[in-house]
Design a protein around this ligand. Sequence first.
Ligand SMILES: C[S@@+](CC[C@H](N)C(=O)[O-])C[C@H]1O[C@@H](n2cnc3c(N)ncnc32)[C@H](O)[C@@H]1O
Length: 481
Amino acid sequence: MCFRGENKVQYLPIFTKLDDKPVLVVGGGDVALRKCRAFLKARANVTLVAPEFCDELLALAEQNEVNLITDTFKEQHLDQQMLVIAATDIESVNKDVFELANARNIFVNVVDDQPKCSFIFPSIVDRDPITIAISSAGTAPVLARRLREKLETLIPQHIGPLATLVGSFRDKVKQRFKHFADRRQFWEGVFDSSVVSKVQAGNTDAATAQLEQLLDAKPEPEGEVYVVGAGPGDPELLTLKALQLMQQADVVVYDYLVSDEIMDLVRRDADLVCVGKRLGDHSVAQEDTNQMLVDFAKQGKKVCRIKGGDPFIYGRGGEEVQVLAANKVRYQIVPGITAAAGCSAYAGIPLTHRDHAQAIQFVTGHCKKDGQELDWQSLAKPNQTLAIYMGVIKSPHIQAQLLKHGRGADTPVAIIENGTRKEQRVVTGQLGELADLISRHSIISPALLIIGEVASLHHQLAWFGQTEQTSSFAQPITGVA
Ligand SMILES: C[S@@+](CC[C@H](N)C(=O)[O-])C[C@H]1O[C@@H](n2cnc3c(N)ncnc32)[C@H](O)[C@@H]1O
């Protein structure tokens, strides 16, 4: 078997400890300063050589942070050095540094000249003490930078403090558990416990106390429920917290409203339970869903209860959390972008606008108790926008009541079907023809009704920048006015 890499430049990713080790930077300007700072962070013993130095380097030397040699570069400056960086803008000097260092087997990096580098600086995601380094071996630095940006958003900030806390317990855990397998099991339990969410919430004292307890006793599994809003459909509208919790849950309990693209992001080996909830089709009764969440949590599972939009806006999140609280189950609530906010933005309809609407009302077209009526007098008032959820089936009634209570038949309306998703459709028209538009265009659920003057702005705003500015996910189209 051949262990040698392919016949092209290959790099070995290692993290080196430079504590007090001698390193040389050739150059005295801004680039040299930047590299020098990276070395100082690693507590290296830094020497710089250059005919002159910038003010910041002179100040560092004054504070005894670095040694300066005011001279042109000479081979003897390499004596005893472990690493060297050429950070000058004189090609011949950089070339000399590279060749002389290479001949002595000293690691060398010529800034912005990858062929003259025997080591390179990776892009870093810094969650001290956790460090993630990314390199494209010099081939695609912009791609590596974009990857780093992606990781920055995915790796939670609390990972650093968590690693620090865990590190402070390593010796105690080693003493308590002699075998590696036992130690691993203990740590797995810790990372599945609420120690993590305590650190995440910034409560390090409580996390430390719990770690002490876990060390003393055999830990009982501790369940938790995350009530998470998934937004209206475009996965890029998920919050970072929603994504993190989706990826650490053992069980995911979801509704039809959560898009497939979002469900693709949950932890691969999580158990998935669909509890339905299309109008008139509750595959699991609400009371059974509530009980299911309690039962899973009491079995020690991390449960992600994921809902379309925001859990507390027509999402029954309140009812579920009441039951969790009554049963003393730990929970976290993560808000999501509600349909009114997401759909209106992707359809180019501002919900308020100084010229058209000073108020917005969120309304449900589907009331719990039969005969429970909405306050039509208030809803028919001018200078406001109505965002009507679950209004498709009741649209003839909604139209009739608003007209009866004085809203003009020519009030603009927009119907947004599958808002923010690939299949998004926007149909616009007037209040007097609302029900007819819905039946003529065979509008299906989920769809949101927007009633008010702002709906007419769709034609002005939907065409510009929607794909570039928000996401390529939704493709807004206009219907018949
Ligand atoms: C049971 S409510 C849930 C609302 C959700 N909790 C929220 O905050 O958006 C379901 C209604 O929300 C609206 N809705 C949710 N997602 C939508 C989408 N992507 N496009 C259009 N309407 C949507 C529809 O009116 C649908 O009938």
